[in-house]
Design a protein around this ligand. Structure first.
Ligand SMILES: NC(=O)c1ccc[n+]([C@@H]2O[C@H](COP(=O)([O-])OP(=O)(O)OC[C@H]3O[C@@H](n4cnc5c(N)ncnc54)[C@H](O)[C@@H]3O)[C@@H](O)[C@H]2O)c1
Ligand SMILES: [Zn+2]
Ligand SMILES: [Zn+2]
Length: 340
């Protein structure tokens, strides 16, 4: 069986790996059909991940078909089409006890702490697997995971149709949040440093855009909100100066700033900026119980992944796909590997 493996930082190989084990009790074995490449796969490959160890099979945006079910698995059957929740949690720590398993103290995330799903067959706990209608194309199903990120972030922000929104970063993460925010009825200003990515954001519904490094973003925010500041900001650039500006300058009183990017350097924030406007600074990591909802979004056509999907490659060409993402961010959003 073949898998896509980061052998060490900088070395990606399509290599042989042992066949997937027969499912134990409570597990299922999948035939993988499609897998989206995430920015975090690129970070792991480049040796920039805070969480990964090597060698590591990449891939946590996985869609496939059930090949075998282990003892005691009642809710899934052979032949079901499914998508995979990349989070494994201990079930005992504080976060798990209050139902927030995505920030488990002992979290194990596919393709970071443990091997991921870029392989022809994959055995994993049935609790991480959610059925999706067979009519949904494999590439669409592979977008479920990124849309769970948007579901989590917008829920953390308590986003409503009355809110004015700034999304910092028009990469795949910014774009999935844009699509969900527009469906919820919010007005959205989008910030990026790449004009082509802003053009795509406009085509997908952004009400206005700001070109970082060229335009005065503060003036854009003021014009967009009649001087009030934006009510909700999603920080998905991973830039420290951008996060500092979000909190110091761009968010409105009673606003929320959702932090999705995760650089490890410190930002400089004055407590008074948080206190005087009663800001909420909210982390958003992966997702918690969002798969059933997102599967419904895809099945009902509430969300349309076509604008997100820009490229697809056979999995044996994974090195070329990773190269393309890194060389051409301006024309690339979600790249899906096909395993058929
Ligand atoms: N919280 C989560 O669960 C989660 C999940 C996936 C990714 N992420 C993180 O979210 C962020 C976005 O992910 P992505 O896949 O869309 O990444 P990406 O690199 O494709 O997109 C980031 C965008 O930000 C823009 N940008 C960077 N610095 C900027 C600046 N100073 N001013 C304006 N624009 C700037 C870039 O041009 C790029 O288009 C990354 O930091 C990633 O690590 C978080
Ligand atoms: Zn991802
Ligand atoms: Zn836990």
């Amino acid at each position: 069986m073949k898998a896509i493996i980061a052998q060490r930082p900088g070395l990606l190989q399509v290599a042989d790996c042992p066949p997937a084990a027969a499912p134990a009790a409570g597990e299922v074995k999948l035939r993988v059909h499609a897998g989206g490449i995430c920015g975090s796969d690129v970070h792991v490959l480049r040796g920039e991940s805070a969480f990964a160890t090597y060698p590591r099979i990449l891939g946590h945006e996985i869609a496939g078909e059930v090949l075998e079910v282990g003892e005691g698995v009642r809710n899934l059957a052979v032949g079901d089409h499914v998508v995979v929740d990349p989070v494994r949690a201990c079930g005992r720590c504080y976060a798990c006890r209050v139902g927030r398993y995505n920030v488990c103290r002992e979290i194990r995330v596919l393709a970071a702490h443990v091997d991921g799903g870029f392989r022809e067959e994959f055995t994993l706990p049935a609790g991480q697997v959610h059925r999706i209608a067979k009519e949904i194309p494999w590439a669409f199903a592979a977008t479920a995971e990124p849309y769970t990120i948007a579901a989590e972030a917008t829920e953390r922000a308590r986003l409503s149709g009355q809110d004015s929104v700034l999304i910092c970063g028009a990469g795949p993460i910014g774009i999935v949040i844009l699509q969900v925010a527009k469906r919820l009825g919010a007005r959205v200003l989008m910030l990026d440093a790449l004009p082509a990515r802003l053009e795509r954001a406009k085509a997908l519904g952004a009400d206005d855009v700001a070109l970082g490094g060229k335009e005065d973003v503060g003036a854009k925010v003021a014009a967009f909100t009649q001087g009030e500041g934006v009510n909700v900001i999603f920080e998905a650039t991973g830039s420290i100066p951008v996060l500092e500006d979000c909190i110091q300058k761009w968010v409105s009183p009673a606003g929320r700033v959702v932090v999705l990017g995760f650089p490890t350097q410190a930002a400089r924030i004055a407590p008074i900026d948080i206190m005087k406007r009663e800001l909420e600074i909210l982390g958003s990591r992966l997702s918690c119980n969002q798969f059933p909802k997102v599967v419904r979004w895809l099945e009902e056509g509430w969300i349309d992944p076509r604008g997100l999907l820009t490229h697809s490659f056979p999995f044996r060409e994974a090195p070329a796909a990773f190269e393309h993402i890194q060389q051409h961010p301006e024309d690339t959003l979600k790249v899906v590997l096909r395993f058929d």
